[in-house]
Ligand binder design. Structure first.
Ligand SMILES: NC(=O)c1ccc[n+]([C@@H]2O[C@H](COP(=O)([O-])OP(=O)(O)OC[C@H]3O[C@@H](n4cnc5c(N)ncnc54)[C@H](O)[C@@H]3O)[C@@H](O)[C@H]2O)c1
Length: 262
């Protein structure tokens, strides 16, 4: 990826759900822009492997944290402070999703999606802001989804509701955080090329309810740019939001979806 537009030496970034997929692409982009990165996930093997792959990996560490667990989140921020003494950037990337219709969703699954996606994002924001407010600076980027902006075929309503709530959380928090010198924005990806996110031959999950249905989520005729995006396209938008290029932008949700609007 072309890193010429972002240079983040000396910055400390935390990325959740970072062991693979979009999170790993964001970590790779931040690291290439010379940020120190805390790779956080529950997949220890892939998280550690990613850290090992990064150039200058003495500037990246892996910390296990289930964002559905408040104690894990506290530990993630404590460990980051102990090691690097500050937090400049937080990317809330975890987002679990199930291809279920409303009548198929159990109470337990509803709670798990809301706790992980929405409560996890809120708690990470809160812990980060406690630190960033003292620094009088910081950038937060929440990875949401076009499913949180408009109807997106096949996405469970619990997933869509959690993402819409995060977009509104972003908007509302921008008013609280702006005066503290902290910017907060959302990046809302659309359907991505599965190979770019899940690795070649994978089936992906942002398609439609029926698991045996074709993976292509919607006709490319409905996509102005006539292609699916990649994890790297999402990472580029994140780099923009954590760089000085966006210094006067906060509270926004940026669709990274080839221009789809409905
Ligand atoms: N993939 C897409 O096409 C797409 C489209 C729109 C939005 N998104 C959003 O982008 C983000 C990343 O998507 P992805 O497809 O790369 O994700 P993914 O399903 O590949 O998961 C990424 C990582 O999150 C980790 N994870 C899962 N639950 C966790 C938890 N409770 N705590 C910590 N880590 C956890 C997993 O171990 C994994 O390494 C999500 O928020 C998703 O909703 C993805």
């Amino acid at each position: 990826m072309d890193q010429s537009s972002a240079s983040l030496p000396g910055k400390v970034a935390i990325v959740t759900g970072a062991a693979k997929g979009i999170g790993a692409a964001i970590v790779t982009a931040l690291s290439a822009a010379q940020a120190t990165v805390v790779v956080s996930d529950v997949d220890d093997e892939n998280g550690r492997r990613l850290v090992g792959r990064l150039e200058g990996s003495d500037k990246a560490v892996y910390v296990r944290a289930d964002v559905g667990n408040a104690a894990d989140i506290d530990n993630l921020f404590q460990q980051t402070l102990a090691k690097f003494n500050k937090v400049d950037i937080l990317v809330n990337n975890v987002g679990i999703r199930y291809r279920k219709s409303m009548l198929e969703i159990s109470d337990e699954e509803w709670d798990r999606v809301i706790t992980t996606n929405l409560s996890g994002t809120f708690r990470c924001c809160q812990r980060a802001v406690r630190i960033m407010a003292q620094q009088r600076s910081g950038c937060i980027v929440n990875i949401t989804s076009q499913a949180g902006v408009f109807y997106s075929r096949g996405q469970g309503c619990h997933y869509a509701a959690s993402k819409a709530a995060i977009n509104q959380l972003t908007r509302v928090l921008s008013f609280e955080l702006g005066p503290l010198g902290i910017r907060i924005n959302s990046v809302a990806p659309g359907s991505l090329s599965n190979d770019s996110v899940f690795g070649e031959g994978s089936t992906g999950s942002e398609a439609i309810f029926n698991e045996s249905a074709p993976i292509m989520p919607r006709s490319l005729e409905n996509v102005p740019l006539r292609s699916l995006g990649s994890a790297e396209d999402v990472a580029r938008a994140v780099l923009f939001f954590v760089s000085e290029q966006s210094r006067f932008i906060t509270g926004q949700t940026l669709l990274v979806n080839g221009g789809v609007i409905v």
